[in-house]
Design a protein around this ligand. Structure first.
Ligand code: FDP
Length: 337
């Protein structure tokens, strides 16, 4: 079997596009290398002394796990010195992280959620890293939040890793979505699925049902119809899955279809939703659209949102196109009625 490593894949993609962007290739390789180190730390579990609380809160006021802090540091350290970045921003840091002045600066911006689903880490359930790559309009001056606050359509690359039974890297450079599996013995990511495609129809949905009473009416209507199954207006039974790690739930959707929803609810409405736009919703929306799916807030396309804050939160509805369109239609009908 022909083994295509991530490096070979990136070089060949670069050649096909006729572009010589070595910095973008270096960036993706460095992120992938950092994710290998995170995968090793997670894999050690209790033996590595990495489980449990760090004893601090992040910018969102959420308790940080030791592995949140470790993963953040691994990504920062790996990406600082290569000369490919103008700066980084992370869920775990209130302010952007500038490249130290003794290193060269490049034209890219890297945003990441270093350990998504971290409430699952202590129970040995899949977690992941999500990242988004943008270009910096002006890499010569000091970085501010607004340098990162670009629409999702301006992403040049996005990806996530899943640290599960195997470690996977799912990547888009704006030309389809491709999946690499970490060969743990050789330490390299190997292409295992090309051009992932999300079926337009599905009978599987993912949502935290315990929030049902807090949702808006259009979401109540949509989920009630799914739960009513064969006897309801949809005339068919639906199945539900909720891992509570966005990376794992989204990866299932990229593998076999489905719809993932973290809608607006009365508990999170004041902050705009639960999930973060810049390093969760935008990269996942880019990936999902590149695989033929759709991603909205229930009202608007996620990639078209004009960011209002580096750590902004938004409602998220993504996955199989026909279901996402139905949810969005119910919201539009709801606001008309
Ligand atoms: P976590 O807080 O554990 O990092 O990013 C937020 C997130 O996980 C998503 O990965 C996940 O889909 C969601 O929150 C889980 O939310 P619930 O706790 O409401 O189930």
């Amino acid at each position: 079997m022909r083994r295509i490593t991530l490096t070979r894949f990136l070089i060949e993609a670069q050649r096909q596009q006729g572009a010589q962007n070595n910095d973008l290739r270096l960036l993706i390789e460095v992120v992938a290398r950092a994710c290998k180190a995170i995968s090793v730390a997670i894999g050690k579990g209790s033996l590595g002394g990495v489980l449990g609380e760090a004893g601090s809160d992040n910018v969102q006021g959420e308790a940080q796990k030791k592995l949140d802090v470790i993963s953040n540091e691994i990504l920062l350290e790996a990406n600082e010195w290569g000369g490919h970045l103008a700066g980084m921003a992370s869920e775990e840091m209130e302010l952007p992280h500038a490249i130290p002045s003794h290193y060269p600066r490049g034209e890219y911006l890297l945003l990441f959620d270093p350990l998504d689903g971290s409430s699952n880490i202590d129970v040995n359930i899949s977690v992941g890293t999500i990242f988004s790559v943008l270009k910096c309009a002006d890499s010569s001056c000091d970085l501010h939040d607004h340098d990162f606050m670009q629409k999702g359509t301006r992403q040049v690359a996005a990806g996530y890793t899943v640290y599960g039974p195997s470690t996977l890297l799912v990547l888009t450079l704006g030309n389809g979505v491709h999946c690499f599996t970490l060969d743990r013995e050789l330490g390299s990511f190997v292409l295992t699925r090309e051009n992932l495609s999300i079926p337009a129809d599905t009978r599987e949905f993912a949502i935290n049902m315990s929030n049902q009473r807090f949702w808006e009416k259009p979401m109540q209507r949509y989920v009630n119809e799914l739960v009513a199954g064969k006897e309801g207006p949809r005339g068919t039974d639906f199945n539900m899955r909720w891992v509570a790690s966005m990376v794992a739930d989204v990866h299932r959707i990229l593998t076999r279809g489905g719809i993932f929803m973290y809608p607006l609810d009365s508990k999170t409405v004041a902050q705009g939703g639960k999930l973060r736009l810049m390093y969760e919703a935008n990269p996942m929306a880019f990936i999902v659209e590149q695989a033929g799916g759709a991603a909205t807030t229930g009202r608007e396309r996620i990639l078209d949102l004009e960011p209002t804050g580096l750590h902004q939160r938004v409602p998220v509805v993504l996955g199989s196109k026909n279901e996402v369109e139905r949810v969005t239609r119910y919201h539009q009908e709801g606001s008309e009625g």
